[in-house]
Design a protein around this ligand. Structure first.
Ligand code: FES
Length: 222
């Protein structure tokens, strides 16, 4: 049988029906060498404390649902290997979002901000389907491709110092997404999006701290 190493986890717990304040619970979890933090959370839920709530789906860095703070840094827990941490590992919900329960945050404001930048191709006049596709060269694709790699994991919102003091700030992922469509050669909606970008609490509120780009698991650079 593969060797297991016992690792101590401090996990932030909050139940809105029972807790006035969040608190940490400590768990000692036998971990295999190749486990990620998400595996340890699943082991806690399966074998130690079934009341723990956390989100995940794909386990392969694609769905963006398993983002949490691990030792204070926003990461995808399905990509954070336990062996890369020493001592007790502290797991908390993403900062800058209201906590629903334990490690689950309310992403409603994030989704609203994403929608507000009109993240779809806008055409003044749509071609009929029979007229064929809108063609694009590799160079035109390269203009926006990095911005299209975002998986909406919201790590950048947890890392953003502006959002910590201005919750209404549009934020890095929404700005990068709007820019992605503005740079798309098939799109004609830049004037509409730029009118949004010029509003209060949008691109000009960014302090260029660059934390968003540092934590992005897909190397998007808002
Ligand atoms: Fe999908 Fe981690 S579980 S990105």
């Amino acid at each position: 049988m593969a060797e297991m190493r016992v690792v101590k986890f401090e996990v932030l717990r909050f139940g809105p029906e029972t807790d006035a304040e969040p608190h940490f619970d400590t768990y000692e979890v036998p971990c295999m060498e190749d486990w990620v933090v998400l595996d340890a959370l699943n082991a806690i839920k399966d074998d130690i404390d079934p009341t723990l709530s956390h989100r995940w789906s794909c386990r392969m860095g694609v769905c963006g649902s398993c983002g949490m703070l691990v030792n204070g840094r926003p990461v995808l827990t399905c990509a954070a290997f336990v062996r890369n941490y020493s001592g007790t590992i502290r797991v908390e919900p993403l900062s800058n979002f209201p906590v629903v329960r334990d490690l689950v945050v309310d992403l409603g404001s994030f989704i609203d901000k994403i929608k507000s930048v009109k993240p779809w191709i806008i055409r003044k006049i749509e071609k009929d389907v029979g007229q064929g596709e809108y063609r694009q060269s590799p160079e035109q694709l390269a203009e926006f491709k990095q911005y299209s790699m975002c998986i909406n994991c919201a790590l950048c919102y947890a890392a953003c110092p502006v959002l910590a003091s201005e919750p209404e700030f549009l934020g890095p992922a929404a700005i990068a997404l709007g820019h992605r469509y503005n740079m798309d050669s098939r799109d004609e909606g830049a004037a509409e999006r730029n009118a949004i970008f010029r509003g209060e609490g949008t691109v000009f509120s960014c302090s260029y701290a660059n934390e968003c780009s540092q934590v992005c698991p897909k190397h998007v650079d808002p």
